[in-house]
Design a protein around this ligand. Structure first.
Ligand SMILES: [Zn+2]
Length: 252
């Protein structure tokens, strides 16, 4: 046995973990090799020093308790649950209550209002009309052509007025679907910008003033008038869209 093999096994030899053959091999090598003998002697001294009683302390009671608690917490849940079934049940009930409270606090205010859902739908309708190059079913700047086109296609008669004089020429009309209902989309133009005016019968008979929103970079204005809901969508700036809303509300 050479020095390297011997030194690799010295720890096991010192702890009495080697079989008889290897133990005899190492003892034979140690008798002939002062270097390995010195290493073996150092190991023995270190082992003896580590057994010195002054190195050991009894854990204080509070540390003892903390360690036992930590060890218990690290154990799997099942046996503890059996031991303290009722305590477990009450903890579960408290957790469920806390989860419910959290849901009420977080989920309910986050639920979108009807207006938000409709705003999203009219903006989608506006984008769809521009992307699909399907701005109008009846392209005409004449409200005497556009208004009768809706007859028989909808169960209401949307107001269609020509607002060219006011700077918003009529482009045409289109059927669209908002909230899975057929609605009228009357399209106007302001310079290079298109404005979709969505109209459908309102459930609310009360008139409402303008409500402004921005969705996905588009300005939206909605109001209720004469039993109809009106929703304007455009990338035209908000002040011009407000001006348009006033013109639609008071066309003469
Ligand atoms: Zn040696």
């Amino acid at each position: 046995m050479n020095c390297r093999d011997t030194q690799n096994l010295l720890d096991g030899y010192g702890d009495g973990e080697l079989d008889l053959v290897r133990t005899l091999d190492i003892e034979r090598h140690l008798q002939e090799c002062p270097g390995c003998t010195q290493i073996q002697r150092n190991n023995q001294e270190l082992q003896a020093a580590l057994k010195e009683p002054s190195l050991y302390f009894r854990a204080p009671t509070h540390l003892h308790k903390r360690l036992r608690g930590a060890a218990r917490a690290a154990l799997p849940d099942v046996p503890r649950y059996r031991v303290s079934l009722w305590r477990g049940a009450s903890v579960a009930a408290a957790s469920a209550c806390a989860a419910l409270l959290l849901w009420v606090l977080i989920a309910l205010p986050a639920r979108p209002a009807a207006d938000d859902v409709l705003a999203q739908e009219v903006v989608s309708g506006h984008i769809r009309s521009l992307m699909a190059n399907h701005l109008t079913d009846v392209p005409s700047s004449d409200h005497h052509t556009v208004k009768p086109w809706f007859d028989g296609k909808l169960d209401f008669a949307p107001p269609v007025t020509d607002l060219t004089k006011q700077g918003f020429p009529l482009v045409g009309g289109r059927l669209d679907y908002i909230g899975s209902k057929a609605v009228a989309a009357v399209v106007y133009q302001r310079r290079q910008h298109f404005i979709n005016l969505f109209i459908w019968p309102s459930h609310d008979s009360a008139e409402s003033s303008n409500k402004m929103m921005t969705r996905q970079g588009y300005n939206v204005i909605r109001w209720t008038q004469a039993g109809m809901s009106f929703w304007l969508v455009s990338d035209v700036n908000l002040s011009e869209l407000q001006q348009f809303a006033e013109v639609v509300q008071n066309p003469s």
